[in-house]
Design a protein around this ligand. Structure first.
Ligand SMILES: NC(=O)c1ccc[n+]([C@@H]2O[C@H](COP(=O)([O-])OP(=O)(O)OC[C@H]3O[C@@H](n4cnc5c(N)ncnc54)[C@H](O)[C@@H]3O)[C@@H](O)[C@H]2O)c1
Ligand SMILES: [Zn+2]
Length: 365
């Protein structure tokens, strides 16, 4: 088991990563620095519940906790205010008080929605994340929780740090290949923005990682979380540095928006966006020889590196200017300096972005 302590301005909490950890959950809960909650509500989704809910409830019940559960429909549409209202109703019916805990068993959707419930229920109660997707390593650091609004993704939310994160890498065995690859996109991102030795490590261990070797997965998750934690701890409320975590996301978010969030899952769009950002860095003369290696790495994890939708340059550029991370409609990008290092560049010329989009459309050179 690997333990990574995340320090925030207000608190610190451990991320435990390894094999067979769901079985050991009661022991791990006992090590947390808190008044231990007696009553717990496990929130999960309809895909994860049949796979892992029973064993979580059984081990906690055996350890003397009063445990209830609530299963939300799998999928992004569950990240809604009406779902939070239903969950809050269930929490009240199950008798959760200020000292009770919410456990989020699932991917980022469950973590964000259940985390928002934990942030707001009785003005905030203890919260434990049990991620079951690779992507959720990302959402388990940083304390952002929230839901979507019909008018925009992640529009209603809060900061609420978990008290504990337990990442049992065995749960990834059942994760579909496409979701696995999308999670690797964020791991690759963390390496590309901060740590060239991690990039080399990903290149060298690609086969074992794709075969879901538990020890390698635990190492990749720990290194990814460590990078995110380090960036976030230097900038907890997102003023400057934290923006580098949006590497690949300017084009990525635009691709998701323009295709109505149906064509790509998030990590796939980010993968294409990172290739675009690498090419843009070269076009602007900020970096040399980064896009070839970036593209090869991303492709080796079976992620897309191009999209015919990149042809919709007008719509994509409009979406980039509207992005909530963009500065008053200017084209802001996180761009590479070299492998393992990036910078934030404001007012990127539209012509350069258009040139990159046309290359992302299909050309491979
Ligand atoms: N809070 C943050 O900082 C943060 C960061 C990144 C992403 N997010 C959010 O996370 C969400 C995406 O997360 P995600 O990719 O984990 O999506 P998800 O939670 O929808 O999970 C993806 C799919 O995999 C299924 N699944 C989950 N675990 C499984 C397992 N072990 N075996 C089989 N199937 C499993 C789910 O039911 C779902 O169908 C988005 O809403 C995004 O906004 C939040
Ligand atoms: Zn992302």
């Amino acid at each position: 088991m690997r333990t990574l302590w995340v320090e925030t301005a207000t608190t610190r909490y451990p991320i435990q990563i390894g094999s067979g950890l769901l079985k050991r959950l009661p022991v791990l809960l006992e090590e947390v620095e808190w008044t231990p909650p007696k009553r717990l509500m496990v929130v999960t989704d309809t895909h994860v519940a049949p796979l892992y809910l029973e064993r979580v409830i059984a081990s906690l019940t055996k350890a003397g906790y009063s445990v209830g559960s609530w299963v939300i429909p799998a999928g992004e549409t569950s990240k809604s205010l009406s779902m939070v209202e239903q969950m809050a109703g269930e929490a009240i019916r199950q008798g959760l008080d200020r000292k009770s805990g919410i456990l989020a068993l699932g991917g980022g959707v469950v973590g964000d929605a259940a985390g928002f419930l934990a942030a707001t229920y009785m003005r905030g109660i203890p919260f434990v994340q049990l991620p079951t997707t690779l992507l959720a390593h990302d959402s388990s650091v940083g304390g952002k929780v929230g839901v979507n609004h019909p008018l925009g993704k992640n529009m209603v939310g809060a900061f609420h740090q978990p008290d504990l994160v337990v990442f049992d890498v065995d749960t990834l065995k059942s994760l579909p290949a496409r979701e696995m690859a999308a999670g690797f996109a964020e791991v690759i991102k963390e390496a590309l923005i901060r740590d060239d030795s991690f990039v080399s490590w990903l290149e060298e261990n690609r086969d074992g990682l794709m075969a879901k070797d538990p020890a390698l997965l635990a190492e990749a998750i720990e290194r990814g979380c460590r990078i995110k934690a380090e960036v976030v701890s230097q900038d907890e409320k997102e003023s400057g540095l934290r923006a580098i975590l949006n590497y690949g996301h300017t084009i990525g978010h635009a691709l998701e928006a323009v295709t109505g969030y149906r064509r790509f899952i998030h990590g796939e769009a980010v993968a294409i966006g990172m290739v675009g950002a690498a090419m843009l860095g070269e076009t602007l003369g900020l970096a040399h020889d980064v896009s070839g290696r970036t593209r090869r790495l991303i492709q080796s994890f079976e992620l897309p590196v191009q999209a015919r939708e990149a042809a919709e340059a007008d719509a994509l550029i409009r979406a980039m200017r509207r992005d909530k991370k963009s500065d008053q409609g200017s084209l802001t990008f996180v761009l590479p300096r070299k492998i393992g290092s990036v910078e934030i560049v404001k007012e990127v010329p539209e012509a350069a972005v258009r040139q990159v989009l046309s290359r992302l459309e299909g050309e491979m050179g």
